[in-house]
Structures are given as C-alpha cells and as structure tokens.
Design a protein around this ligand. Sequence first.
Ligand code: G4P
Ligand code: NA
Ligand code: NA
Length: 190
Amino acid sequence: MEALKQKIREEGIVLSDQVLKVDAFLNHQIDPRLMQQVGHEFAQRFQGQGITKIVTIEASGIAPAVMAGLELGVPVIFARKFQSLTLKNDLLISKVFSFTKQTESTIAISAKHLSAADKVLVIDDFLANGHAAKALIDLIQQAGASVAGIGIVIEKSFQDGRALLEREGYRIESLARVASLADGQVTFLE
Ligand code: G4P
Ligand code: NA
Ligand code: NA
C-alpha cells in the first residue's frame, strides 16, 4: 500500500535494526485518514470471504481494526491484556510472550462475543515474531470459530512471524512489508 509506505518513509523512525517507531501516525498519535485507507485496503483484500467479526489486541491494533470493521460492516473485538490473571467466568484466555518487551502477558476476550459460526479476520499493527497473532488465533479457536485470515499493517519480514503463520496455513495480508531496518534505513520488500 503506497500511501502507507510513503508515510513510513517520511515519519517512521528507525530505532535499531529491529525496531521501527511509528508513534507519529499509528502507535501514539493516529492519522485517521491513513487509517481509513488502511481499513479500505483490508476490506478490499478480504471481501467475499464471509467474514463476520474482526479480532485485534489492545491498544495499537484497535484503530486499523475499527476502520476495517467499518468497511466490512462487521463488529470489532479487541483482546484485553492482563499482567496477572484473575479467572472469571466466560473469559477465553491465552498467554503471549512479547519478544520486544521480554514479558509474558495474558490476553482475554469474553466468550459471549464469538461463536462457532463466526469467520474471523485477525488484524494487528505489527507482525514481528507472530506471538500476538498466535495468541489471538488461540482465542478464536477456543470459541470454535474459524480464522479467515490475518491482516497486518506493518510486517517486519526479517522476523519469523509470517513463516510461522504460513506454516499453519493462514492467509496473511500485510500492507507494508519491511525487508530491513539496517543502517537506519527502511527497505521494503517488492
Ligand atoms: P509478535 O507479537 O509479532 O511476536 O511481536 P513482539 O512480541 O515483538 O511485539 C510486542 C509488541 O511490540 C506489540 O505491541 C507489537 O505490535 C510491537 N512491535 C513489535 N515490533 C515493533 C516495531 O518494530 N515497532 C513498533 N512500534 N512496535 C513493534 P504491544 O505490546 O501489543 O503494544 P501496543 O502498542 O499494541 O499497546
Ligand atoms: Na504495538
Ligand atoms: Na500490537
């Protein structure tokens, strides 16, 4: 998606060979017009798949997920993160290890928002090692629902997330694929 790549070139900050900071339009300040275009692009790529729900994770997945939900005309559920777990009724829970933060957290969604009849599109802001996506898929499967695909705003293609998810047969659509962050430069695939 050219407008997104352009924004990353102009306003993204390469923090290291591993981390791209996009606080100017996605992770802190949000560019609503760009997010609208992101939502439109996801809807184009996944239309006709019979998607009934979108699932994302707080906080940074919510903006692109809501815009995709608006375009596809389906509800958006965001998984909540917990540092420690107090078991409650009706919660589907999964563990996710963050490579970036070197911490494990528990994520949860209420079982009442997903059923076995749902076809779910997973949306997230970043795909790195794929742990967050895997945990979301786990929650969806616990509900007996099916995964229609995974939509990612920015994929770091030099990390293992895509390979891990493709090995399990999931369709992944990433709107910007970053091949490298070496030498302070963002290089895109294709
Ligand atoms: P993984 O889920 O793909 O395995 O990735 P990882 O554990 O590395 O990601 C942990 C958090 O860091 C996630 O946000 C993820 O979106 C974010 N992240 C990963 N790589 C980058 C990067 O290069 N740049 C930026 N800006 N973020 C990155 P989170 O902890 O869920 O936080 P939130 O922002 O959604 O609240
Ligand atoms: Na994030
Ligand atoms: Na995220």
